[in-house]
Design a protein around this ligand. Structure first.
Ligand SMILES: Nc1ncnc2c1ncn2[C@@H]1O[C@H](COP(=O)(O)OP(=O)(O)OP(=O)(O)O)[C@@H](O)[C@H]1O
Ligand SMILES: [Mg+2]
Length: 280
């Protein structure tokens, strides 16, 4: 069973953007997580960490209304997730566009801007200006007119981020959004998400295996493991004692040159779904 910290939206007096109450998710007799009670406040930045298969993507799918909870309740912007989805920007876990995808880079971003998905259309000139601005922000101006299927994984990823931020969502859900980006573009994209939050007050839920590129922006961490979880500030959760208890085996949290490394202890022999080398 997980523990929750004192910092919640209710404390700040603002209605939570995301509210989970005693939420659980199971597939058959396999419980990914349960007993999850969590409020995410407007403007809050939540990082979601955990090993492969612990239910991080599934957590985002619940928030998108694509997956029903097995137990408990969830609301986004005070309503059912499915009804709130138009206010949510989503960067899915990476899959490459097929080489023959008949879209230019700018068309992909425009889909996020002009309300294409929701039937609300802006004037084409305004769309064009906004698309150019977003392409520039993710450093994609140079390949704006290239077919997306021919771009590199990292170039495609920057377009997905531009697309997700395009409509100024109230919640931004990022699933491994920094994967396949070089260090420079990891920084560019994590700053972009942070700036978006500063400018619009959106909440951010960021699933990642490496918390380091976003750590300075993160308010709280939801750490999933062994069908359980911990929630708290980075200092409260990224601790050897807390993660060892969560994993049920010796875990060491190391800090080196400002970087955080989560490692299985070399002397630990009892493994459940503990990290093989380094996490997150
Ligand atoms: N619709 C589904 N039906 C049955 N099992 C599912 C379904 N969706 C996900 N799972 C299983 O639930 C587990 C968690 O999946 P999920 O994609 O949420 O993991 P994750 O934490 O995002 O992992 P990764 O770090 O590899 O992306 C996996 O074992 C997956 O196979
Ligand atoms: Mg995943």
């Amino acid at each position: 069973m997980g523990s929750s910290t004192a910092h919640t939206a209710a404390d700040d007096g603002a209605a939570p953007v995301i509210r989970l109450q005693d939420a659980g998710l199971a597939f058959g007799d396999r419980t990914l997580w349960s007993g999850l009670t969590l409020d995410v406040a407007p403007g809050e930045y939540l990082a979601v960490l955990g090993s492969n298969g612990t239910g991080k993507t599934s957590f985002l799918r619940v928030l998108l209304g694509l997956l029903p909870l097995s137990h408990g309740t969830v609301s986004v912007n005070g309503t059912r997730p499915r009804a709130a989805a138009r206010g949510v920007g989503y960067v899915p876990q990476q899959r490459g566009f097929p080489a023959r995808t008949p879209l230019r880079a700018r068309d992909l971003v425009a889909q996020g801007v002009d309300g294409h998905r929701w039937g609300v259309r802006l004037h084409p000139r305004r769309v064009h200006r906004r698309v150019d601005e977003l392409l520039a922000r993710v450093g994609a101006t140079g390949y704006a007119d290239a077919p997306v299927g021919l771009l590199s994984g990292g170039e495609q990823q920057r377009l997905r981020i531009a697309q997700a931020l395009a409509a100024d969502p109230t919640v931004v859900l990022c699933d491994e959004a920094l994967l396949s980006l070089d260090l420079h573009h990891q920084h560019v994209v994590s700053e972009l998400v942070h700036e978006q939050r500063e400018r619009t007050g959106c909440s951010v839920v960021f699933v990642t295996h490496d918390v380091n590129p976003i750590i300075e922006h993160v308010d709280r961490i939801l750490y999933l493991a062994n069908g359980s979880f911990r929630i708290g500030t980075p200092d409260e959760v990224l601790r050897s004692d807390v993660l060892s208890e969560l994993y049920g085996t010796g875990i060491e949290v190391l800090r080196s040159n400002g970087r955080i490394l989560v490692a299985g202890r070399p002397d630990s022999t009892h493994h459940t779904d503990a990290p093989e080398e380094l996490l997150p």
